[in-house]
Design a protein around this ligand. Structure first.
Ligand SMILES: Cc1ncc(COP(=O)(O)O)c(C=O)c1O
Ligand SMILES: N[C@@H](CCCC[NH3+])C(=O)O
Length: 439
């Protein structure tokens, strides 16, 4: 059993997080329940910032809010001195509602709509990470109509394959994201943005994938970009002021996952950039990164109540909980692995293996296969660790299961930051059948 951050087993033999007994918490708020160890989020943010401070270079650490987005989370990220990466009108709207400084918001996405870009321009965000030529046309039109200019980065696909699950690998040539570096698209995009009266080209963006445990992919992406910088400078008179290397820094979900310290990623990226900048006699660009998972992933834990069980002697023992793929889609989507314990019997010996099933009508709705636990009873509380990234944010209402609430825990205090969805919420947008209307 590996306990992250402030998590420990208290005198009652219960899992405690942020000074709060999770068993008492589950009683108070019900389950499933997402809980966040705020001190661990603070620590992770500090680690990234310190790593850049150590290198003494200009930087921005933008929280990739797709990992977990809600008003309080944007406010916390702001308190921690982070910028914000948003990828949709919905995330942008949430950031606006959170009251964070708009100039620190960067807007991503491979198919931003006219409405989304309008909201971005009107609300005065800091920069748009332009993904394609259509978006350039839209942005130009919108900025002109509103008499505004916009700082932009161009998202490129550097042709680097990250060693991770195919579905979360994005830097390879055959990807839906960004301008292709090798076939002339990036040159064309640079020319267009330099000609534009409304777009101010700050630099280049690359994101190679997610849950990456090595620095090699990031270094290769920098090398690829610098191969072209010489050419851009000579042919297009363009030198990037900013290089954004995206997110993707891995975390420890289970034994065997060996993430690097943020310092390792940052120092490798910086060293290689410093060398190139020196070689090309150019000013060192600002480095921006966009961690999501590595800021909030291991700070999140989901509490479930154990319900039914099915024992197939000699085959498997299924233990069902009151959530599943409706609050954690990652095992079904990426065969992602998780670890967990019984929060109310945390000191007891694990003497049997249980496969943790969700309650959705899908055989693939399994959270963990063969998890060693003490013999579990109905009403035990199962804590699944490291659900802080892409858990709540990918939660859904399949089978009309309401989404769980989210609480922040710190110094023995509990703050509810997202309420539990109620049945009433599920039908809020439904329109009862009446007479049909011709369009
Ligand atoms: C452009 C971009 N930036 C940042 C991230 C955040 O990635 P992670 O949560 O793995 O740090 C992603 C998601 O993979 C992304 O697509
Ligand atoms: N949702 C993914 C990662 C997001 C990829 C975003 N580009 C995950 O849970 O790992």
């Amino acid at each position: 059993m590996y306990l992250h951050g402030t998590s420990h087993i208290n005198v009652h033999g219960h899992l405690e997080i942020g000074g709060v007994d999770t068993v008492a918490l589950a009683k108070e708020h019900g389950t499933p329940l997402f809980v966040y160890d705020v001190a661990l989020i603070r620590k992770r943010a500090e680690q990234f910032k310190q790593a850049f401070e150590h290198e003494k270079i200009p930087y921005q650490v933008a929280y990739a809010s797709k990992a977990f987005s809600c008003v309080a989370m944007y406010q916390l990220a702001d308190e921690l001195g982070l910028s914000f990466d948003v990828v949709s009108g919905g995330e942008l709207y949430t950031a606006i509602k959170a009251g964070v400084p708009m100039e620190k918001v960067h807007f991503h996405g491979n198919n931003k709509s006219r409405q989304e870009l309008e909201l971005a321009v009107k609300s005065g965000i800091g920069c748009v990470v332009v993904d394609n030529f259509y978006e350039m046309t839209l942005l130009e039109e919108i900025c002109t109509a509103h008499g505004k200019t916009m700082d932009v980065l161009l998202r490129i696909t550097p042709g680097v394959e990250a060693h991770t699950h195919d579905y979360i690998s994005t830097g390879q040539e055959d990807s839906k994201f960004g301008f292709d570096l090798t076939n002339g698209q990036v040159d064309e995009a640079i020319k267009l943005s330099l000609k534009s009266n409304t777009m101010n080209l700050l630099g280049i963006h690359s994101h190679i994938g997610s849950q990456i445990f090595e620095t090699q992919g990031f270094v290769m992406a920098v090398e690829k970009i610098f191969e072209y910088i010489e050419h851009w400078r000579e042919k297009l008179d363009f030198i990037p002021k900013v290089l954004n290397l995206g997110g993707g820094f891995g975390i420890r979900y289970v034994d065997g996952d060996e993430p690097l310290h943020p310092r390792e990623y940052v120092s490798q990226m910086t060293q290689v950039m410093k060398q190139y900048a020196e070689q090309f006699e150019m000013a060192m660009p600002e480095i921006w990164i966009e961690p999501g998972r590595s800021l909030v992933g291991d700070a999140g834990t989901t509490l479930y109540t154990v319900g039914s069980q099915k024992d197939i002697p000699g085959v498997r023992h299924y233990l069902a909980v009151d959530g599943g793929m409706s609050d954690n889609l990652r095992p079904a989507l990426y065969q992602a692995e998780y670890d967990g314990i019984l929060a109310n019997r945390a000191i007891e010996q694990a003497d049997q293996k249980f496969s943790i099933a969700g309650k959705c009508c899908e055989s693939g709705d399994m959270l963990i296969w063969d998890l060693p636990l003490p013999k579990a009873n109905h009403e035990d509380i199962l804590a699944v660790f490291c659900t802080g990234a892409y858990g709540y944010s990918m939660a859904n209402n399949y089978n009309r299961i309401p989404r769980p609430p989210v609480v922040f825990l710190e110094n023995g205090e509990v703050q509810l930051v997202v309420k539990r969805e109620e049945y009433e919420d599920l039908v809020r947008l439904d329109v009862p059948l009446t007479k049909t209307v011709k369009l």
